[in-house]
Design a protein around this ligand. Structure first.
Ligand SMILES: NC(=O)c1ccc[n+]([C@@H]2O[C@H](COP(=O)([O-])OP(=O)(O)OC[C@H]3O[C@@H](n4cnc5c(N)ncnc54)[C@H](O)[C@@H]3O)[C@@H](O)[C@H]2O)c1
Ligand SMILES: C[C@H]1O[C@H](OP(=O)(O)OP(=O)(O)OC[C@H]2O[C@@H](n3ccc(=O)[nH]c3=O)[C@H](O)[C@@H]2O)[C@H](O)[C@@H](O)C1=O
Length: 369
């Protein structure tokens, strides 16, 4: 599998900021860093990450940015090392003006087995960061108007939407699994810090994100991993792609490069907005796509493209590629977020699901050779 998201021709821009990116060694954080570090050579990027099982799955996610003069990595657990984080933010040579918070345990399946760990890690990681920002803005009140904090939330905080239903940024929070609840808890704590301490914090709630370097606990990379063992007739029974329940649940998938660009759009919008208004407390943006597909169709699409490209097989019997497993304790049936607001700040999806999957499969096959 190729490690790149196709980020190669980002035009450099002159912006001078000191940026802290948490969870930047993970899947989405590392692609976002690949994009921003190259695009803004005059900004200084510091990534802190505890380096979990999900990082460095195929190779060092930070390989591309590690050689850049404007990039530094610090191994640090935000939930466990509050004091070290405080030293970094409040007592070091850094003068952070932007914080982008990706850090979280992100796997819904894992959260059912260890819900307390998800709460402790995700909530404390974010709240420790907020506490350090509270100290920072208390000691430097003039920084407030130039201070940009972007928190990466998820569409899962809203819970599922019925067919025909659509939810915008003002919709109520109804998480249905421990991961989603831990993320919703972060969103609520952020709300309290915005009001109580006047810290401007902007939230991004996104549909499912996919692309190169994703850990194969998520459905698309799990599918690609299983296909490594496929023959022209299918996959051996035990190695087949696990489909939870009947596979009729749907998801909407956005390519990670489109997501990185959404972060960049919001960051640029904040640069103009926060400075023009002294009482700005941040906004929430849904980031989404209309590319909705049920799990079974998603897996069939990947298998079909893979078998055509690798073996020239034009039609396949899906039952030789999949195995049905027990469904999740609760599996949100579908998400449907209204993402009109982010389009108004100039962002739009550029990579369709078909195109993104074609490229992923092609890279997977090339990498096998
Ligand atoms: N993957 C998706 O489809 C998706 C969609 C919407 C939102 N999100 C959110 O985006 C963010 C990134 O998700 P991802 O898919 O890249 O996940 P990931 O698991 O690949 O990356 C998460 C990163 O956070 C780090 N991390 C976790 N807890 C930490 C802590 N206490 N201290 C320091 N680092 C810590 C991990 O080591 C890892 O590098 C998460 O906040 C997730 O909730 C993900
Ligand atoms: C927005 C969130 O996206 C991701 O969470 P989600 O649970 O929707 O992603 P998954 O890829 O884990 O699951 C999608 C869909 O596929 C089913 N499935 C998964 C893995 C597998 O091996 N077989 C499957 O059938 C699963 O039940 C789901 O219905 C992201 O992980 C999260 O961080 C988000 O915020």
């Amino acid at each position: 599998m190729t490690q790149d998201s196709g980020i190669s021709d980002v035009g450099a821009e002159t912006v001078n900021e000191d940026v802290l990116v948490t969870g930047g060694a993970g899947f989405i954080g590392s692609h976002t860093l690949d994009y921003l570090v190259q695009k803004y050579p005059d900004c200084k990027f510091t990534c802190v990450d505890k380096l979990s099982y999900a990082t460095n799955y195929l190779e060092n996610n930070l390989r591309k940015v590690s050689g850049c003069d404007n990039f530094t990595f610090i191994k640090l657990d935000l939930a466990e090392e509050h004091q070290r984080l405080d030293e970094l933010i409040n007592h070091s040579a850094n003068n952070f003006t932007t914080i982008i918070n990706f850090a979280a345990e992100s796997c819904v399946d894992k959260s059912f087995n260890d819900p307390l760990y998800f709460t402790k890690n995700n909530v404390l990681a974010t709240q420790n960061l907020l506490e350090c920002c509270r100290t920072l803005l208390n000691s430097k009140p003039n920084l407030r108007r130039n201070f940009k904090f972007i928190h990466i939330s998820t569409d899962e905080v809203y819970g599922e939407q019925k067919e025909g239903e659509i939810i915008d940024e003002d919709g109520p929070l109804h998480p249905t699994n421990p991961y989603a609840a831990s993320k919703a808890a972060c969103d609520l704590i952020i709300e309290a810090y915005k009001h109580s301490y006047k810290i401007p914090i902007t939230l991004i709630r996104s549909n499912n994100v996919y692309g190169p370097r994703q850990f194969p606990e998520k459905i698309i990379p799990a599918c690609l991993k299983a296909l490594q063992k496929a023959s022209p007739t299918g996959i051996a029974e035990k190695e087949r792609i696990p489909i939870h329940g009947n596979g009729r649940h749907t998801r909407r998938y956005l390519h990670v490069l489109d997501f990185a660009k959404a972060v960049d759009h919001i960051w640029n919008w904040l640069k103009n907005t926060s400075e023009s208004s002294s009482d700005f407390l941040g906004e929430t943006f849904n980031v989404g796509t209309d590319d909705e597909v049920d799990n079974l169709s998603m897996v069939k699409l990947i298998c079909t493209i893979f078998m055509r490209k690798k073996f020239g097989v034009e039609s396949l019997d899906a039952s030789s590629f999949i195995r049905h497993t027990k469904d999740r304790n609760y599996n949100d049936f579908r998400y449907s977020i209204d993402f009109t607001k982010i389009k108004k700040v100039g962002w739009k999806q550029e990579i369709s699901l078909e195109q993104g999957i074609e490229e992923l499969v092609k890279a997977e096959i090339e990498n096998e050779k």
